[in-house]
Design a protein around this ligand. Structure first.
Ligand SMILES: [Cu+2]
Length: 136
């Protein structure tokens, strides 16, 4: 009985060490999700007219492990940024007339703010701080 107990204890300890030493599992390892593309027009009225929406705008949803692709077009003359909390803290910075893509695999479930880190126009900036990416 004592030997069985020791074996069980060492197995338990081994299990603990294995958990500590292993990198955290990637929930999307081997999973190919869908590509979800969104076109974002940055202008003086925000992203896709955020100024005219009372709630978060844009408000987009992908499923976990999907690849989210944001095709950002700056239709304005000044500079605008675009980023998504947790997924791209550096984000994009687009000069007037510029177009760039931001893409990543949405491996974490939750709600993530879409916003601009920098706008040359402070009035437009107010409309570029309250977008939302939902990962379900
Ligand atoms: Cu902006």
């Amino acid at each position: 009985m004592i030997i069985i107990g020791l074996v069980a204890a060492s197995l338990a300890a081994g299990g603990v060490f294995a958990v500590v030493l292993s990198p955290p599992p990637d929930p999307c390892a081997g999973v190919t999700g869908a590509f979800r593309s969104f076109t974002i027009i940055a202008y003086s009225d925000g992203y896709n007219g955020s100024e005219y929406h009372s709630g978060p705008w844009p408000d987009v949803t992908v499923q976990r492990c999907d690849t989210a692709v944001f095709n950002v077009i700056n239709d304005d003359t000044g500079t605008h940024g675009f980023t998504v909390t947790s997924y791209s803290n550096a984000g994009l910075e687009l000069a007037g007339g510029n177009q760039q893509k931001l893409h990543f695999q949405a491996s974490r479930i939750g709600q993530f703010r879409i916003y601009s880190t920098y706008c040359s126009d402070p009035t437009a900036h107010k409309f570029m701080v309250n977008g939302l990416l939902n990962v379900t």
